[in-house]
Write a protein that binds this ligand. Structure first.
Ligand SMILES: Cc1cc2nc3c(=O)[nH]c(=O)nc-3n(C[C@H](O)[C@H](O)[C@H](O)COP(=O)(O)OP(=O)(O)OC[C@H]3O[C@@H](n4cnc5c(N)ncnc54)[C@H](O)[C@@H]3O)c2cc1C
Length: 462
């Protein structure tokens, strides 16, 4: 192995996804000499196989639904079908614009970008393309890949992962989605909008099971109305190929048939065979273990993003990457409050939340200390105009701050910005009630909910 001893970087980053490139950009901004090593395309899962492409598909689906429902608004339009090649062209156009922008940013911040598959060769170096990149510090940010279940083989044809689903050249006639978490319900929603017959299979008792159960119930009701079928509370037991597709069996004996099966049971860390163990980095089931400052047990190595056992979200990767860069540059840093991370599931209707669920709040503060309030979007003018239904549920510590905001309804993801300020600034309902929310917006519903929680409801009943 050639040893390029001439350069010792301040920071060598393995993996150029959300976590890795955020650390690179912030580190370079703070004057660190940074090398960023990426085997595929900078931007990682989020830009190329995750957040951005799925949201483009969901937006195309929203337009399809609007065309179908146009008569409800007095508009004469008809839905003639989906041109999947054109949908991909639109989606890929969005990705390539962002990709070019990101490449430009990396270059303009003078980050040394290395394309190639890297391997940790010591606690202070990464080998790639026959070259050794030495660093005072190394950041592991190799992300995650789709997981499957024992004995369930993803063949990329009839049994597919989200990676395959994002490039599928057709709208499936019918699909079974294994997993009712974020990725599963987003694909189910987009495919239904495109005209597919969709069934979701979830082993836990509810769809989007990490959300407040009220949000799950509202989503289930909305999906039922849309004709998205689902089975909850029974585990997958097997899949077999049929003449035209697949047949999925559950432990409760039920079976479902469809053209294809999308496996969306979560994502596992990319950490095998990359030299992590040899360098002494502690892992648990493949996840690299870190403390609240993203430090591993090896003093010269940090890790961020989907590779570590925190929330698998792009903005969490960004925040963790920035934290590491700032810490290495000597700035004061504070640990991330993961409850304060906004979470959005972009299906139709959207599910958005920040803070803790009612159940968690009761565990944490005591059942008698927790107050909740539900505000129905039926009382919100803009939601009526959009013909969307849903609710905002607030969770408050009695006489104290709002510790949970849980929202369901089209476009409610856009309201999570204010919700996260409310949570993270530990706002009291009366303080939020005093702020003026523009009329008629969906944002107003957040204001109304806090007016009600503060004991002075305006457009809702006492
Ligand atoms: C379908 C889908 C939808 C999603 N939607 C959202 C969403 O709406 N909002 C949201 O916040 N999150 C979403 N996510 C999650 C989000 O994409 C991830 O949380 C985020 O990408 C994690 O960033 P990361 O940097 O940890 O890993 P990744 O983005 O996976 O990046 C890791 C990078 O490391 C590279 N790499 C791995 N091994 C090596 C090696 N040996 N050498 C060099 N490079 C290597 C990989 O090529 C990759 O580019 C979604 C994910 C999926 C799959």
């Amino acid at each position: 192995m050639a040893n390029d001893a001439s350069t010792v970087f301040d920071l060598v980053i393995l993996g150029g996804g959300s976590g890795g490139y955020a650390a690179a950009l912030r580190g370079a901004q703070l004057g660190l000499d940074v090398a960023l090593i990426e085997k595929n395309k900078v931007g990682g899962t989020c830009l190329h196989n995750g957040c951005i492409p799925t949201k483009a598909l969901l937006h195309a689906g929203e337009i399809a639904d609007q065309a179908r429902d146009s008569a409800e608004f007095g508009v004469k339009a008809s839905f003639d079908g989906i041109d999947m090649a054109a949908v991909h062209q639109y989606k890929d156009g969005v990705i390539s614009g962002l990709y070019k922008g990101l490449q430009g940013l990396i270059a303009s911040r003078k980050v040394t970008y290395v394309e190639g598959e890297g391997r940790l060769s010591s606690p202070t170096s990464v080998d790639v393309n026959g070259q050794r990149y030495e660093g005072r510090h190394v950041l592991l940010a190799t992300g995650s890949v789709p997981k499957s279940l024992p004995g369930l083989e993803i063949d990329g044809n009839r049994v597919i992962s989200s990676d395959h689903a994002l490039v599928l050249d057709r709208v499936p006639q019918s699909a079974i989605v294994l997993g009712g978490g974020v990725i599963g319900v987003e694909f189910a929603s987009a495919w239904k909008s495109f005209g597919a017959d969709v069934t979701i299979v979830e082993a836990l008792p509810n769809l989007v099971p990490v959300e407040d159960v009220n949000s799950s119930k509202l989503l289930e009701r909305a999906f039922r109305k849309r004709g998205i079928k689902f089975s909850v509370g029974s585990r997958f037991s097997g899949v077999e190929y049929t003449a035209n597709g697949v047949k999925v069996s559950l432990e409760n004996g039920k079976t479902f048939e469809a053209e294809l099966l999308l496996v969306a049971v979560g994502r596992g860390p990319v950490s095998q065979g990359l030299g992590y163990e040899e360098a002494g980095v502690a892992t648990d089931r493949g996840y690299v273990l870190v403390d609240e400052y993203m430090r591993t047990n090896v003093p010269t190595i940090s890790a961020v993003g989907d590779l570590v056992p925190t929330l698998q979200l792009a903005h969490v990767g960004f925040a963790e990457g920035i934290l590491v860069a700032e810490r290495l540059a000597g700035l004061p840093t504070v640990p991330i409050d993961y409850d304060g991370v906004p979470r959005v599931t972009y299906c139709h209707p959207e599910v958005a939340s920040v803070g803790v669920t009612e159940e968690k709040a009761k565990e944490r503060y005591g059942a008698d200390k927790v107050v909740t309030l539900k505000y129905n979007l039926g009382g919100n003018g803009k939601s009526r105009i959009l013909k969307t239904t849903g609710e905002i549920k607030l969770v408050q510590v009695r006489d104290g701050a709002v510790v949970g905001v849980h929202m369901v309804g089209d476009r409610m993801g856009e309201q999570v910005g204010e919700a996260q300020l409310i949570y993270n600034w530990e706002a009291l309902p009366a303080e939020v009630a005093q702020l003026i929310h523009a009329h008629p917006t969906q944002n107003e519903a957040l204001g109304e909910a806090h007016l009600a929680l503060a004991g002075k409801p305006l457009h809702s009943h006492d």
